[in-house]
Design a protein around this ligand. Structure first.
Ligand SMILES: [Zn+2]
Ligand SMILES: [Zn+2]
Length: 187
């Protein structure tokens, strides 16, 4: 497998302890690709929607794309601001299907269904799941009907918690094929 993944933190508050480093290590293992962690200050100048008090995930994605590290083939922006796309109240993240960039927000992952703060270990598992999900999209995977699969669509934290931290057999096979095809295109 060739390629290099970059996890790129750009948030408002500081991140909990070594969470990002552990997520980096797990992403590296999941895709068998070298994965780096980059910390970037600030957010794009145009992503905040003052009326909604949320950031446009599409604008964040565009910003991430304009500053791709040259060695990276996939970049996942991780942020703590709440993200939206116009038709939805919020999104956990957004990705270019078959592209090179994705974005994941921790804002909702930090909360329990009753609005209280989730334990750090749970937040970390959720963040890993969402990073793997969005990266799956960038490799060309689409949503999966298996509720337990990483590629199933999540509309709530309960649905995120329902997923295993693994792709189902079908998605795993498809991912392997897509990664192989990507490698052939690079030749
Ligand atoms: Zn998705
Ligand atoms: Zn699946």
């Amino acid at each position: 497998m060739t390629g290099r993944i970059v996890l790129r933190w750009s948030g408002v508050a500081s991140i909990e302890g070594d969470m990002l480093e552990r997520v980096r290590r797990d992403v590296e293992a999941a895709f068998a690709l070298p994965t780096d962690l980059v910390i970037v200050d600030g957010l794009p100048p145009d992503s905040l929607d003052v009326r909604r008090c949320q950031h446009s995930s599409t604008k964040l994605l565009r910003w991430i794309l304009t500053s791709m590290p040259p060695e990276a083939t996939k970049v996942v922006g991780i942020t703590d601001v709440d993200l939206f796309i116009p038709v939805l109240t919020f999104v956990f993240g957004e990705a270019q299907v078959g592209g090179s960039a994705a974005v994941v927000s921790m804002a909702r992952l930090r909360l329990l269904a009753n609005g209280r703060t989730a334990a750090p270990a749970l937040v970390e598992t959720r963040l890993l799941k969402e990073c793997l999900h969005e990266l799956g999209h960038t490799f060309g995977l689409v949503h999966c009907p298996d509720n337990g699969c990483l590629m199933s669509r999540s509309n709530s934290v309960l649905e995120v918690d329902q997923k295993r931290t693994a792709f189902c057999r079908d998605c795993r096979q498809r991912l392997r094929r897509l990664q192989e095809e990507g490698k052939n295109h690079e030749r």
